[in-house]
Design a protein around this ligand. Structure first.
Ligand code: GLC
Length: 454
């Protein structure tokens, strides 16, 4: 391998040059595009969006799959950039990229077992390697590595398990010769946008019905420079029912809060995407796994606020799924077998206290999902609706309770949690369950002879 040493002087010169490029010392600035101001948010859904979003809102829970050359390297999908790996060195990973046949089928089976209803797989991540058959570059899984069309295998596998099919596509590209240059050179931008639109066209032409196009990585261009309006028009010509996210810098059909759960304003559709450990792409050293309880909690929080949950897996380079991933998703799936309808078919819900439980609702029925089982009794404060009955979902056991203005007190419960990783209590009410947790209530509360009555 060619090696070279970097003198202190050349390092200083290089950093002086980059400072100059930033215009910090007043040197002539290279033309730079305006920085994108964060992803735009979709507004209230239009009738056409309501129609296209119907299956997606009902699906609620999906699997995100980050898979590419970085899966072989095993240090997350940003390794190429974060470790400044030279392109010539990085692309050698393709030689070792040879996922087992049937790997995608195992992902889809796991998604189904976990109670998920759709999948979104990386067709091309920021590294630039295309996991599909394309006429536009040789940097693809068809021409290198496995010499197979991995998107085809994924699409077929997802459909075989009854999953809706989403495709992730990174606009940003660290490998393409124009991927960085496009920011400062108009001819390069034109070439790169033609390439980008061309790849999207292939993805939306060659694989039958695609349900979601999940853009990412809009750097270094803005919506106008990506020609995103034209891109979306082409997408809807090719796939009239498709859903598109907001990361090609147009509002799209749904917003994409990342690693956090934040409901969108105006009833707009939103999907929280999250990792299962701390990495999207496979990281052999990352053992920071979330528990199945945390996943159930997050799914409940999304459902409570009317959003979707897209949970990531990062298969290894051979396509196999890390053991912990299988264990966690299987536990979640088992819980959903009994509790699924209370989460996946619920309406937005207002109650939120106490902190050891989460809530979902269907009509007048409140589902209290207790994460940290306190023992023989469970309480709920400030419920405005009158409780008609309560029972444990897992066993059907009816629950005795008392209710006054301030508290519903559920008693006679088992000391050990009847379900894992959360126990659902079904609380039938006489109207839509709302909770009043207003601190003002304390003023009105009778003191029962303790201290001085107001
Ligand atoms: C972040 C990561 C990117 C990942 C994406 C998923 O933007 O940088 O690698 O694909 O999240 O939402």
């Amino acid at each position: 391998m060619k090696s070279f040493t970097v003198s202190r002087r050349s390092m200083l010169l290089a950093s002086a040059a980059s400072v100059a490029a930033l215009g910090i010392d007043g040197a002539a600035q290279a033309p730079r595009p305006p920085k994108p101001q964060g992803d735009p948010q979709p507004g209230p859904p239009t009738p056409d969006q309501i129609r296209r979003l119907a299956w997606w809102r009902a699906a609620r829970f999906g699997m995100f799959i980050h898979f590419g050359l970085y899966s072989v390297y095993g240090r997350q999908e940003w390794a190429m950039e974060k470790e400044a790996i030279p392109i010539s060195e990085y692309q050698q990973l393709a030689k070792r990229f040879n996922p087992q046949p049937g790997a995608a089928r195992a992902w889809a089976k796991l998604a189904k077992a976990a109670g998920m209803k759709y999948m979104v797989m990386t067709a091309k991540h920021h590294e630039g390697f295309c996991n599909f058959d394309t006429k536009l570059t040789d940097y693809s899984s068809m021409k290198q590595g496995p010499k197979r069309d991995l998107v085809r295998e994924y699409v077929d596998a997802a459909r075989a398990e009854g999953m809706r099919v989403g495709i992730y596509y990174s606009l940003m590209d660290w490998h393409h010769p124009d991927g960085a240059k496009c920011a400062i050179d108009e001819a390069a931008r034109k070439r790169f946008v033609t390439y980008t639109h061309g790849l999207v066209r292939e993805l939306l032409t060659n694989y039958g019905k695609i349900d979601v196009l999940w853009y990412d990585g809009s750097s270094p261009l803005n919506a106008e420079q990506w020609e995103s309006e034209r891109l979306n028009r082409m997408m809807f010509e090719l796939q009239p029912d498709i859903l598109v996210n907001n990361r090609n810098l147009l509002p799209g059909d749904f917003s994409t809060p990342e690693q956090r759960i934040v409901a969108a304003a105006h009833g707009a559709a939103w999907e929280s995407c999250m990792t299962l450990n701390q990495s999207w792409g496979y990281d052999s050293a990352d053992d920071e796994w979330k528990s199945s309880r945390t996943i159930v909690q997050n799914l409940i929080s999304c459902a409570r606020d009317g959003g979707n949950f897209l949970l990531n897996i990062g298969p290894k380079g051979d396509g196999s799924i890390p053991e912990e991933t299988v264990r966690i998703l299987t536990e979640v799936g088992r819980w959903l077998e009994t509790n699924g309808d209370t989460v996946l078919k619920s309406d937005p819900c207002q109650p939120w206290r106490p902190s050891y439980a989460g809530f979902t609702r269907t009509g007048n029925t409140l589902f209290m999902h207790v994460y940290f089982w306190p023992g023989g009794d469970v309480s709920l404060s400030g419920l405005q609706a009158k409780v008609k009955s309560a029972r444990l979902l897992k066993t059907g056991q009816p629950i005795q309770f008392t209710q006054d203005l301030y508290r519903v007190h559920l008693v006679g419960l088992p000391m050990e949690p009847p379900d894992f990783p959360a126990t659902t209590i079904v609380i039938e009410c006489d109207s839509v369950p709302m909770q009043n947790s207003d601190p003002e209530l304390r003023l009105a509360k009778p003191r029962g002879g303790v201290g001085i009555e107001a």
